[in-house]
Design a protein around this ligand. Sequence first.
Ligand code: AP5
Length: 215
Amino acid sequence: MTVRNIVLFGPPGSGKGTRAKIISKLYGIPVITTGDILRSAARNQTDLGIVAQGYMERGDLVPDQVVNSLVRERLSQPDVAQGFILDGYPRSEEQAKALDQILRDLGISLTHIIHVVLDDETIIERLSKRRSCPKCGSVYHLVSAPPKKDEVCDQCGSKLVQREDDKEEVIRNRLKVYHEQTAPLSDYYNRAGKLVQVNGDGTVDEVRERVEDAL
Ligand code: AP5
C-alpha cells in the first residue's frame, strides 16, 4: 500500500477540513486537525484547552510549543503507519521547522504538501454560513451543503452551532494572521519542491477532483 503523509494548508474556510475528510475516506488514513483537537480540549477545559481558548476566540495562533508537542504526540501513535493528513498544521515557518524535526525523529517524511488557495470574500461568505455539529463534528454550509432538517445534524441529530470564531470580526483577524504567518509557508515548501497549489473555488466535487489529481 502506498503511504501518503500529507500536509494540507490554506486560509481559514478554504475547505481544508472538507477536503481532508474526502482524502481520509479515499485512502483510509486518519485526519489530524489541530483546530479540532484544541476545540475539544477547550470544551473539556483540560490544561491544554484552558491555554488555547483565548487565542482561538480571538482568531490568533495558539503558541507554537503547545501545538508542536500535541502534533509530536499524535504522530507517534500507531494508526499513522500507512499515512496521515495534517489539516491546519503547520501554520508558520517555526511550526514547519518543528514538524521537520518531529518527522526526522520519527523516521518519516512528507509525501504531499497541498496549498488550497481562495480569495478572502469567498472565505467570509463560506464561514459566516458554516454550521457545525458539536457532537460528531459534521460540517454544513447553509447554502452549498445544508442539513436535511433545519439546524439539525444529519448524522447524529444534534442541534448545529455556529463556531465562536466564525463571527465576521474574528474571521477578519484569522485572515490577517493567515496572510502574515501561514501564507509564507508556500515559499518554504516550494523550496523543498513538494508543493502543489489547488484552487479552492468551485463546487465540493470540482475541488475534490483537483485534490485527487494532486495526489
Ligand atoms: P481550525 O479549526 O484549523 O480552523 P481554520 O484553519 O481557520 O479552518 P476552518 O476549520 O475554519 O476551515 P476549513 O478550511 O477547514 O474549511 P471547511 O472545510 O470547514 O483552527 C481554528 C483555530 O485553532 C485557529 O484560529 C487557531 O487559534 C487554532 N489553531 C489550529 N491549528 C493551529 C496551529 N497549527 N497553530 C496554532 N494555532 C492553531 O469549509 C468551510 C465552509 O465552506 C463549510 O461550511 C463547508 O461546508 C463550505 N465549503 C467547503 N468547500 C466548499 C466548496 N467547494 N463550495 C462551497 N462551500 C464549501
